[in-house]
Design a protein around this ligand. Structure first.
Ligand code: DAU
Length: 330
């Protein structure tokens, strides 16, 4: 295989993965991206002159574009998705279109092209909220938000194409990624950039929600491994095992950036807010993966990246989704 199609390659995880792939493998990359609010040309600006990097601008749900982008590609890594839970609560139509229909269009194109591997990127949110314990890959799906329901629908379609059409598909269900280039409406970059700006950090509800934080570079390693060694038909959870409470993470960020704790501001909770996610990731570990970064170190590196890249995030904040009851920006 000479070339890989990466969908949503100008988003947060997609752009990190393309950079990782070009650095660690000798493959060529075709990026299919529609440049919605989350897809950002600035994320891969430094790669535009790289002869191994190619771009097809278009919608993954457009069959012609999907087929065009797949030309000469031996494999697909499918990141393209609408991903922000809060946006899916306000209007879920784009989530169904991109996450379900877009995945279907891509599966059809991949089937017609006869790809060697189809890696579908999914989420721990499909298992729903876990008060205790951790979900392995056979755990029942219980999505609670329109976003996670759309991802669960896509997962089922991918599995069905594997069984019915023998498409060599692998599903990765990741926990909360964080790191450079994450759109500043997601929790960690929002907390970091608000702290840098000295404006309130909006904490939903009591703030005692738990997420499993995974440094994006570690996830890229897992995606690379799945591309090469993932067994068709299998699902792999990818979690760091590092669980953190939102309120404590926000407190850590304020302390590290020398800002007062009274910037923490409790706001109305997200409807249907999942209390806790937790994954059992033994299967991907058995394939040879383990995370190289621990949360305190990854968080420090991420804060430093946002401190040094204000020119990247400043214009994006104007487009970020904001909780409705947050005081207006000055
Ligand atoms: O778990 C994997 C998932 O992680 C991905 O599939 C999603 O695409 C990604 O958005 C993320 O979902 P979360 O809902 O966990 O991430 P988010 O950054 O929106 O929120 C993380 C936690 O922080 C959650 O408990 C809600 C809370 N939160 C979030 C925002 C944006 C706040 O307290 N205040 C905020 O302003």
């Amino acid at each position: 295989m000479r070339k890989v199609l990466v969908t949503g390659g100008s988003g947060f995880i997609g752009s990190n993965f393309i950079r990782w792939l070009l650095k660690h493998r000798s493959l060529e990359v075709e990026n299919l991206d529609n440049f919605t609010y989350a897809g950002n040309r600035a994320n891969l600006k430094d790669l535009e002159a790289n002869p191994r990097y190619h771009l097809t601008e278009g919608d993954v749900a457009d069959p012609k574009k999907a087929a065009l982008a797949l030309k000469d590609c031996g494999a697909v890594v499918h990141f393209a998705a609408e991903t922000h839970v809060d946006r899916s609560i306000v209007d879920s139509s784009s989530f169904l279109r991109t996450n379900v229909l877009g995945t279907h269009v891509l599966l059809e194109a991949a089937k017609a092209a006869g790809v060697e591997k189809f890696v579908h990127i999914s989420t721990d949110e499909v298992y729903g909220s876990l008060e205790q314990g951790a979900a392995d890959e056979s755990f029942p799906l219980h999505p609670n938000s329109p976003y996670s329901a759309s991802k669960a629908g896509a997962d089922h379609l991918v599995s069905a194409y594997g069984i019915t059409h023998r498409l060599p598909a692998v599903i990765l269900r990741a926990s909360n990624n964080y790191g450079p280039y994450q759109f500043p409406e997601k929790f960690l970059p929002l907390m970091i950039t608000n702290a840098l700006e000295g404006i309130p950090l909006p904490i939903y509800g009591d703030g005692r929600y738990v997420r499993e934080w995974l440094f994006v570079e570690d996830f890229c390693e897992a995606v690379g491994l799945a591309l090469e060694k993932g067994v068709p038909g299998e699902i792999y959870n990818v979690g760091s095992g590092e669980h953190q409470v939102n309120l404590e993470v926000a407190g850590m960020i304020l302390r590290a950036l020398g800002k007062p704790q009274d910037l923490l501001q409790h706001v109305t909770d997200r409807p249907g807010h999942d209390r806790r996610y937790a994954l059992r990731s033994d299967k991907i570990r058995a394939l040879g993966w383990s995370p190289a970064h621990q949360f305190p170190e990854g968080l420090q590196a991420t804060m430093e990246w946002y401190r040094q890249n204000e020119r990247w995030w400043r214009p994006l904040k104007a487009r970020a989704w904001l909780p409705p009851n947050l005081p207006a920006r000055a």
